[in-house]
Design a protein around this ligand. Structure first.
Ligand code: 16G
Ligand code: ZN
Length: 532
């Protein structure tokens, strides 16, 4: 019955008006908002099945297109522990989203049969949306799908993506991870943060003041809310708060990272320490002007090294036997990888682009730090790590400095959003480390010097002809391309370059780094010519 209704309601209220094939890509479905009405409806149906297939645990749905322009939108499913949808379900999602209206019921039926889903199980869903004008209407389409499937759901309204991931995890751990409300989220993070600041007074070069570019999105709103919980610990000025500018327009973390310059709407002056969020606040990058007024960017690699270095010190002080590792992608600056290997002595793994790949790999360490250079990242603490930290805190005869280190580790566990990268949570952790070290942003930046780098994108007829291996660092097709790249790279010092098809846009991306700005730019251009 339900399945039949699903097809009927879809046809009547949410027909598929286009025949563009939409893919469940690296970060779910993403397209121009007007193409997504039927997709949201059908995702409602699929989310219900996903929850049923997991015995009725809570599944999340987030409506956002992150750093994409305001006219785009998107949707992704969040699995029970707050992680990305299991890869095998991506093709089910794509199939259901793209069949003709007449075939929706059939598609559902075959999924139910193939996956042996028990239809009597009550599905549970939580969902939220970003601030895009189109998000509200799309949320209604989603609700229609959930209603047809007689789903029990909580609509959180406007949230950041990481807040929604947090809610999913809270629901499925019976409050152990935190309280499944916005207030619960702010309280959990702010308590840990205030606790970590403890009696420490501001010293050295650290200044407890930061300017945030909110990308004219949800992050600006939620950061302002978080501020009301932070007491007198730090002061934050929020720019690009959405009152004037357009979402992600000449601002936000993606813009700042790619353009390597300050966003519109925030006039960067000497002595200012700034950070940009992206449109759904799951990425953050930092920047400032040095004494020569040169723009300096501290991206995901810099954040990763700061945090990994700090955690390594705490683990060492605690005396705990825990293996700490860091996960990066091909985009990680060569200098950062060298620094991690040679100075931090922390093992580094490299995986293909996309949070799901980094997250999976980070789970293999006792403490896994992962960051994409674009500013998306977090820290994962294994059950073993959390248990050992707890035991040390309550243990008898534990030397005071070891116990203190364990207490700090325990607060970091609460401060970091372990479900996914979270700009607000990452910001608070960075503030914690800088205070502890008495560092200015310039002190932090001095750890190593980034190699100049350039990213380009090229529109090609068919981007799928480019295939890669070795975590996207080498091309296996078309034939001869990698040899050309190798020959070009060999002409420069400290150089590296790769090409890969984008997982979110119909383009090919090129990355190059080399000893000088001019050489990085030149190499990127020369490689791009090979791709045409
Ligand atoms: C998505 C990914 C991000 C990745 C980017 C690459 C998630 C939540 N987000 O935004 O991690 O860096 O795609 O895009 O997985 P690209 O394939 O177009 O370069
Ligand atoms: Zn994002």
């Amino acid at each position: 019955e339900v399945v039949k209704d699903a097809g009927k309601v879809g046809k009547e209220k949410h027909p598929r008006k286009v025949d563009t094939w939409l893919n469940y890509g690296t970060a779910g479905f993403r397209a121009r908002a007007e193409l997504l009405d039927h997709v949201l409806y059908r995702i409602g149906l699929l989310a219900a099945l996903r929850s049923k297939s997991k015995g009725g645990v809570t599944i999340g749905v987030m409506i956002t297109a992150s750093h994409n322009p305001e006219c785009d939108n998107g949707v992704k499913l969040v699995d029970p522990a707050g992680e990305m949808l299991e890869a095998s379900w991506e093709k089910h999602a794509a199939h259901l989203a793209n069949v003709n209206d007449a075939d929706v019921s059939e598609c559902l039926k075959s999924l139910i049969a193939a996956l042996a889903i028990d239809l009597t199980i009550q599905p549970n869903i939580v969902f939220a949306r970003d601030t895009r004008p189109s998000s509200e209407v799309l949320a209604q389409s989603l609700r229609d799908g959930l209603d047809v499937m007689q789903t029990h759901y909580t609509d959180y309204g406007v949230l950041t993506t990481p807040q929604l991931h947090y809610m999913v995890r809270c629901h499925n751990t019976k409050g152990q991870y935190g309280e499944a409300t916005e207030d619960g989220y702010y309280k959990k993070l702010s308590t840990a943060f205030i606790n970590l600041r403890g009696q420490k007074s501001v010293s050295g070069h650290y200044q407890p003041h930061i300017c945030i570019d909110g990308a004219n999105g949800v992050g600006a709103l939620k950061m302002a809310q978080m501020m009301t919980y932070l007491k007198e610990t730090i002061t934050v000025d929020v720019y690009n708060d959405g009152k004037q500018g357009k979402l992600n327009d000449q601002c936000g973390a993606d813009y700042v990272k790619i353009q390597q310059m300050a966003p519109q709407g925030l006039t960067l002056g000497l002595g200012m320490r700034c950070a940009s969020f992206d449109g759904d606040a799951d990425r953050i990058v930092f920047y400032y002007l040095d004494q020569g007024e040169k723009f300096c960017l501290l991206d995901g690699d810099k954040i990763a090294t700061l945090i990994a270095g700090y955690l390594k010190e705490l683990v060492t002080q605690s005396g705990l036997d825990l293996d700490l590792g860091l996960v990066q992608t091909a985009y990680a600056n060569g200098s950062s990888t060298r620094f991690i290997n040679n100075k931090l002595h922390v093992p580094v793994a490299c995986v293909p682009t996309g949070v799901k790949h980094l997250h999976q790999r980070a789970l293999q360490f006792d403490i896994g730090v992962y960051f994409e250079a674009n500013g998306h990242g977090t820290v994962l603490f294994s059950e073993k790590a959390e248990k050992k930290v707890k035991e040390l805190i309550i243990g008898t005869g534990v030397p005071e400095d070891q116990r203190l280190a364990a207490l700090r580790l325990s607060a970091v566990i609460d401060l970091i959003n372990q479900t996914v990268g979270d700009a607000v949570s990452d910001l608070l952790l960075v503030e914690t480390v800088l205070l502890d070290k008495g560092w200015s942003i310039a002190d932090w930046n001095a750890a190593y010097t980034d190699l100049p780098n350039r990213q380009l994108k090229v529109k090609v007829k068919d981007r799928t002809v480019i295939q890669t291996t070795d975590a996207e660092r080498r091309a296996t097709a078309p034939a001869g391309l990698q040899t050309e790249i190798d020959n070009l790279v060999a002409l420069y010092n400290e150089a590296r370059a790769f090409v890969r098809p984008s997982g979110t846009e119909d383009i090919v991306r090129i990355y190059a780094e080399a000893d000088t700005r001019t050489n990085a730019d030149k190499l990127a251009y020369e490689v791009s010519v090979q791709v045409y």
